[in-house]
Design a protein around this ligand. Structure first.
Ligand code: SF4
Ligand code: SF4
Length: 457
């Protein structure tokens, strides 16, 4: 029986230090301080960032968004996609190597693994050895730490949707709702599985970005490259050996660049879709070059053109500003400005008008035709607001119910509005009318269309 599938080989990435590793850890700290810290921030009397799905309100610092503000979510998604295109055109898989949650959590889980089980060679030795007390307690300690981080991550995630202090209280009383329990465990399990076990397989087989990224690459995109010309022929040699007599390139064939690679590839085979551009191989190769007394940069961030044409760093960076990058930047900048302006000019309340289904049109006292509407007024500010309602569209058309309405901060209210028209002011038929809702403090007005029905007798 021949299997069509290659057996999965576990990758044991060796830890590495260096410039790019420091950048990665800086981003781990930055992204995780934001992720774990944001739900604990207070803004006035409430959580600063809260997506309250039950009340259909999204709070982002001073902003209160309703489902009707969905356009901003679309804008954020477009900005994220364009940013990804821009970063990829400039520097390949920069996002993957430094800020993608898969990379960030894998880095944290790997650090915990190193803390409990040691670095690559110790882990490989221990995994190959039979079970012992030492192996059992180290593996247990690792699992305890992994599960704790995963559950805390799940708890934090749910804290963006349920006020986190309330969630903490419910948890301490073992009183979480079924949905909250499900999402804490589900998100925690996803973190544990992806960062603890799936690791590079998520990047290689599950992430769609790995598949289409090459469409955004060109010969001026910064990628991690091995300088073939300088490195080959590769081979081991002593530190004091004279390279000119050995007919060897700078690569000492130590395989450290393969050992540190989180996806287990050999960068010396050229650009491969598995490369997440993390720069770990560049960091470790620089330390090897330092030890050998050779110049750094045998493995480095560079572009295909720069390597082929032997450009200097300055020349390479100059070519990064090419039409594609300028177009992405222009579109991105325009959308960000448009979103900022739209948010700044946004009316701080929203109105929906629906006709009362029970009462299409009727005769009212005083010989008037009456239509009943329901207006939903949503106050998107954190102070109570007074609104004045008026209607126009037909001569003599007027509101016969309350015209001044107060809506408490961030609340929405349905108001029944009776609109009347003198009996002989219009022939039977339907007429377009406009409701105008004016905020008393800001004098901003929202106009909503509807129709007025004049029945036959
Ligand atoms: S780390 Fe550098 S010297 Fe060592 S094998 Fe890789 S490319 Fe060659
Ligand atoms: S080849 Fe180098 S840059 Fe690419 S994933 Fe492996 S270690 Fe990171």
């Amino acid at each position: 029986m021949v299997s069509l599938y290659e057996a999965h080989k576990k990758i044991y990435p060796r830890s590495v230090s260096g410039l790019f590793s420091r950048w990665r850890w800086a981003l781990v700290w930055l992204t995780q301080l934001v992720f774990y810290g944001l739900p604990w921030l207070e803004w006035g009397q409430r959580q600063a960032v809260l997506f309250d799905l039950n009340a259909k309100r999204f709070y982002i610092f001073g902003l209160v968004l309703y489902p009707q503000d969905f356009i901003y979510l679309t804008g954020i998604l477009v900005v994220s996609a364009l940013s990804l295109f821009l970063f990829t055109a400039v520097a390949g898989r920069l996002w993957c190597g430094y800020a993608c949650p898969q990379t960030v959590y894998t880095e944290i889980f790997l650090w915990l693994e190193k803390l409990t089980e040691g670095d690559r060679s110790a882990r490989m030795r221990r995994d190959a050895a039979p079970w012992s007390l030492d192996k059992a307690w180290r593996k247990t300690a690792k699992q305890v730490l992994w599960v704790a981080v995963a559950l805390w991550t799940g708890f934090t995630f749910v804290g963006y949707f349920t006020p986190i202090h309330e969630l903490g209280r419910e948890l301490s009383q073992l009183n979480l709702s079924a949905w909250e329990t499900f999402w804490v465990l589900f998100y925690g399990f996803a973190t544990y599985g992806n960062a603890g076990y799936m690791r590079e397989q998520v990047c290689l087989h599950m992430c769609p970005y790995a598949r289409f990224q090459s469409a955004m690459f060109d010969k001026d995109t910064l990628i991690v490259t091995y300088d073939q010309e300088r490195g080959e022929p590769r081979g081991a040699r002593s530190r004091k050996a004279d390279l000119s007599t050995l007919n060897l390139g700078s690569c000492v064939d130590c395989s450290l660049c393969v050992q540190v690679c989180p996806t287990g590839i050999d960068i010396r085979n050229g650009l491969q879709y598995q490369c997440i551009g993390c720069g770990a191989c560049a960091d470790v190769c620089d330390t090897v070059m330092d030890k050998m007394g050779y110049p750094r940069g045998l493995v480095k961030y560079s572009t295909e053109n720069a390597v082929n044409q032997h450009w200097t760093k300055a020349q390479t960076l100059r070519h990064v500003l090419r039409p594609r990058v300028l177009i992405y930047s222009g579109i991105l900048g325009a959308i960000v400005v448009a979103m900022g302006v739209s948010l700044a000019l946004r009316t701080p309340f929203k109105v929906d008008v629906v006709r009362d289904r029970g009462t299409l049109a009727r005769m009212a006292n005083g010989g008037k035709v009456e239509n009943v509407f329901r207006l939903q007024i949503m106050n998107a500010t954190e102070t109570s607001q007074g609104f004045q309602l008026t209607v126009d569209g037909l001569p003599g058309l007027a509101i016969a119910s309350e015209q001044d309405v107060v809506i408490e901060s961030t609340q929405a209210r349905w108001v029944a509005v009776r609109v009347q028209l003198p009996f002989d002011a219009a022939q039977p038929g339907t007429y377009p009318i406009h409701f105008r809702i004016t905020a008393q403090q800001s004098a901003q007005t929202v106009s909503e269309k509807s129709v007025f029905i004049v029945p036959k007798n």
